[in-house]
Design a protein around this ligand. Structure first.
Ligand SMILES: Nc1ncnc2c1ncn2[C@@H]1O[C@H](COP(=O)(O)OP(=O)(O)OP(=O)(O)O)[C@@H](O)[C@H]1O
Ligand SMILES: [Mg+2]
Length: 146
């Protein structure tokens, strides 16, 4: 599905709606250029798991941030990663699991290592405040604008 967002708040609420449909064990590949709104989207997804959105910051330096929730919530930023050996050294494969939801910014930096069955979200910068958001891999018939 494709949606138009006109503000950071709208992108966050799209994230919240996505989050409500995610189940444990899901990996979300979140594509978009610098400043597209990926972390803004993650704030909304995190809120769906009861994580205060103010606590969600870009994990560019830490690479993986785990939030206490059920399922476990992982915010992963692969911006500084190059390829599969680099990915392995982050501990990615140790930390993901069937009891965790993992949201991955810059998934393209992992080469083609990430699972194909992931939910895929793409954010495209249209203008200063407008973004086109495309979402694949969720069950659209369960979608609600919450
Ligand atoms: N419709 C919109 N949706 C999301 N962000 C928007 C929108 N309009 C403007 N913005 C602004 O764009 C910026 C998005 O920043 P954000 O950190 O979420 O992007 P990012 O994709 O995670 O960037 P990076 O690649 O640097 O991690 C924020 O400054 C936000 O206020
Ligand atoms: Mg970011």
């Amino acid at each position: 599905m494709k949606l138009l967002s006109r503000s950071p708040a709208e992108t966050e609420s799209v994230g919240y709606n996505v989050g409500k449909l995610l189940t444990a064990g899901t990996i979300v590949k979140l594509y978009g250029n610098l400043g597209a709104g990926k972390t803004t989207m993650v704030r909304g997804i995190a809120r769906a798991f009861g994580i205060p959105c103010e606590s969600v910051v870009s994990p560019s330096f830490t690479i993986i941030t785990e939030y206490e929730s059920s399922p476990r919530f992982l915010h992963i930023d692969l911006y500084r990663i190059r390829g599969s050996s680099d990915l392995e050294s982050t501990g990615f494969w140790d930390v993901i699991g069937n009891d965790a939801v993992a949201i991955v910014e810059w998934p393209e930096h992992a080469g083609d290592e990430l699972p194909d069955d992931a939910v895929v979200i793409r954010i495209e910068h249209l203008s200063e405040d407008e973004r086109e958001i495309s979402i694949e891999g969720i069950d659209e018939k369960n979608w609600h604008n919450l």
